[in-house]
Ligand binder design. Structure first.
Ligand SMILES: C[S@@+](CC[C@H](N)C(=O)[O-])C[C@H]1O[C@@H](n2cnc3c(N)ncnc32)[C@H](O)[C@@H]1O
Length: 298
């Protein structure tokens, strides 16, 4: 919230409404001339936004990916701040029917937008073992990716894998047993994260969303992104660096000339403090990065 530096009469976009915790904070700082644009891929989040904020004349609501924020008419006049609080919301994880959780048996779906693209079950039913292994390795850094992918392909030859509990048990059955006395995460944690990131095109959306936010920000406007794992944070960090710092020189090539920064990084990676973690344990792995659009930028 502090990173966004909300001005009472500004226009702000919360691209990840969730259940509106941040949106409520922004609205509280806005005056009667301010505007708040709300987006989420998830129809349930959008329904909550409509119920809670639909009657507020300062608020506009759009269901969709923040990757497409530039197509929204409400954005055309420019933005003074954009917030992305990435990943899944607690209600998405808590409701078994959404299929995100290895701890709660439900249909193997994992889509934030249940009307878009393939569910996790549909993808796992048709992808090759190599493709599955690549996803588990790239998005989950799962060292047993090939072994798990082989097990999935063997199991689905007998019957489709349709439930989260089934997939979690299958993964657990092929993983090495944890060493006695060591506290290990659930053996399906990395695989579920990887499949979720793939099914929701999370990293591609993030890259497109950062570009779109950058284009929509007015000079002095701020971009604030909260990431929950290193793959996301690396994309955000590189995005800000590539627009705020000239590329490092190469001895054999002439100095890169004509670099004009369009962003200024506001501090580095910021972690939640103890108080925030106590209030919301999920904040433990959160990293916030903030950047400001520069006056000279086109
Ligand atoms: C961590 S929660 C946000 C929580 C929110 N800041 C709050 O205070 O309640 C992430 C939300 O972003 C949504 N989401 C994730 N990626 C998205 C994207 N590319 N476009 C739009 N919404 C997205 C998810 O559906 C989820 O509701």
């Amino acid at each position: 919230m502090e990173g966004l530096r909300v001005h009472a009469e500004g226009t702000y976009l919360d691209g990840t409404f969730g259940r509106g915790g941040h949106a409520r904070g922004v609205l509280g700082a806005l005056g009667s001339g301010g505007r708040l644009l709300l987006m989420d891929k998830d129809p349930e989040a959008i329904a909550v936004a409509g119920r809670e904020f639909g009657a507020d004349p300062r608020v506009s609501i759009m269901r969709g990916s923040f990757a497409d924020l530039g197509r929204w008419d409400a954005v055309a006049a420019g933005l003074d701040g954009v917030l992305f609080d990435l990943g899944v919301s607690s209600p998405q994880l808590d409701v078994a029917e959404r299929g995100f959780s290895f701890g709660k048996d439900g249909p193997l779906d994992m889509r934030m937008d249940p009307d878009a693209g393939e569910s996790a079950a549909e993808w796992l039913a048709r992808a090759s073992a190599d493709e599955i292994a690549d996803v588990l390795w790239t998005y989950g850094e799962e060292r047993m990716s090939r072994r798990i992918a082989r097990a999935i392909v063997e199991r689905r030859a007998q019957a489709p894998i349709a439930r989260t509990g089934e997939l979690a048990a299958l993964i657990a059955s092929v993983m090495p047993k944890p060493r006695a006395g060591r506290h290990e995460i659930h053996p399906a944690t990395r695989s579920f994260q990887a499949i979720r990131i793939h099914v929701n095109r999370e990293l591609a959306d993030l890259e497109a969303g950062l570009d779109a936010a950058h284009a929509a920000l007015r000079p002095g406007g701020r971009l604030a992104v909260i990431s929950f794992h290193s793959l996301e944070d690396r994309i955000v960090k590189r995005f800000i660096a590539s627009r705020s710092k000239a590329p490092a020189g190469n001895r054999r090539l002439p100095e890169a000339t004509g670099f004009v920064p369009t962003l200024r990084a506001v501090g580095g990676a910021q972690k939640a403090d103890a108080e925030e973690v106590a209030a919301n344990p999920r904040a433990r792995s959160a990293v916030l990065r903030v950047a400001e659009k520069l006056e000279a930028a086109a």
